[in-house]
Write a new protein. Structure first.
Length: 398
């Protein structure tokens, strides 16, 4: 595969599409204070809308691949990127909070159709699967670095509507490129209904396996913290520490940059020292970061907090391979999509709960609550490591 080949073009377009669907969701967080003023609602109400968005995104993960098998990848990708553009326009024009609430859920649902389908498409268009998936996944942290700064600046200069319209400005050209570059392929199962493939008993058997169930719990807790951070980190810097929107957006971008830089290293570390050990190190650093975030007002402290939080929120690079470790080859496509939906749904309440806690007790308490969740995760991981070492000793002495 080369950059200028048909395969390279498809990879580039899928990466841009992932960038666009992430951008549409990330433009909201930097302008949360403007939204609460414009709609005369508390932080909890905006948190509820963001929870609805991430919940819809999570629910779309599992069925997206089934829809692609029925209707073809190209159609689903166009719905995902084109839908992101359309929902972003409606968001920017929202006349009231109820319209905003419904549209954020719509945005999450259509954006959630992209990742699994694009990944499956790439595995069939190139033999360098690892390289392709690595490049494709980079679309999200790149969006995290660039979009919050741009949205924060637009919100400060021209108002929140222009900031939300940025999602459409990115998604429209991405949709055009998907339409021009991605060729239509015959659907894998055009005659089989999606509902026929949803059988409850096999799905429950997968998620009830003890190693998978435990990892699901950890991933759900980690996703809760991730959702809250992605929704409110700029607001914490503005309302708790008094930074400008532009500075808060810059720090928010730094958070995503840290995630993008450290996730590959954290994944490699998990291969060397074990999944739980690598995740424990990341979460321990995160406890320090969120503790600093809640108490420090200095710019240096904020930078350190962002770096630590960004590293910790790359926990997926260490924990998600554990799902694959306990799934057979024939289960990995549907099984991983299933567990991804489950832990994302369970963690989707992070935005709403954190917003309500901030309204009732302040942002310092809300951030402290996230740190306490990380402490719980670390305790579970350390206990798992202890049990593993005890079991290893027993086998060694047997």
């Amino acid at each position: 595969m080369t950059l200028w080949s048909r395969q390279g073009a498809v990879l580039a377009v899928c990466t841009l599409a992932f960038f666009a669907t992430m951008a549409g969701r990330l433009v909201i967080s930097p302008v949360v204070p403007f939204l609460t003023d414009a709609f005369s609602v508390p932080n909890g109400a905006i948190g509820l809308s963001l929870t609805g968005m991430w919940l819809a995104y999570a629910l779309a993960q599992f069925p997206s691949g089934l829809l692609a098998d029925r209707y073809g990848e190209r159609r689903i990708l166009l719905v995902a990127v084109g839908g992101t553009a359309g929902a972003s326009v409606i968001l920017a024009l929202s006349p009231s909070y109820p319209v905003f609430l419904i549209t954020t859920a719509l945005l999450g649902g259509v954006a959630g159709l992209h990742y699994s389908v694009a990944t499956a498409l790439l595995t069939r268009t190139t033999d360098k699967i690892g390289t392709a998936i690595g490049i494709h996944t980079a679309g999200a942290p790149i969006a995290g670095v660039l979009i919050p700064m741009a949205a924060g600046a637009l919100g400060a200069w021209y108002g929140w509507r222009w900031a939300l319209a940025l999602g459409a400005a990115v998604a429209v050209p991405a949709a055009i490129l998907v339409a021009r570059v991605v060729r239509a392929r015959p659907p894998a199962r055009p005659e089989q209904s999606v509902w026929d493939r949803l059988r409850v008993r096999p799905l429950l058997e997968i998620v009830s396996r003890p190693p998978i169930a435990r990892t699901l719990g950890l991933a759900a807790a980690g996703m809760f913290v991730w959702q809250a951070t992605a929704s409110f980190l700029p607001t914490v810097f503005v309302e708790l520490h008094g930074y400008t929107q532009a500075t808060a957006g810059l720090l928010f971008s730094g958070y995503f940059l840290m995630q993008g830089l450290t996730q590959p290293m954290l994944g490699a570390l998990s291969d060397r020292i074990g999944r739980d050990a690598a995740a424990s190190l990341a979460i321990a650093v995160g406890i320090l970061g969120y503790g600093l975030l809640g108490v420090t007002g200095s710019l240096t402290g904020a930078v350190v907090a962002v770096a630590c939080a960004g590293l910790a929120m790359g926990w997926g690079a260490a924990l998600l391979p554990k799902f694959m470790d306990h799934l057979d080859d024939h289960e990995r496509n549907a099984g991983f999509g299933l567990v991804r939906t489950v832990y994302m749904v369970l963690g989707a309440g992070g935005s709403a709960v954190t917003g309500v806690v901030a309204d009732l007790f302040g942002w310092g308490v809300a951030v402290g609550g996230l740190a306490i969740i990380l402490v719980g995760m670390l305790a579970v991981l350390l206990f798992s490591l202890y049990r593993y070492q005890e079991t290893s000793r027993k086998y060694a002495h047997a």
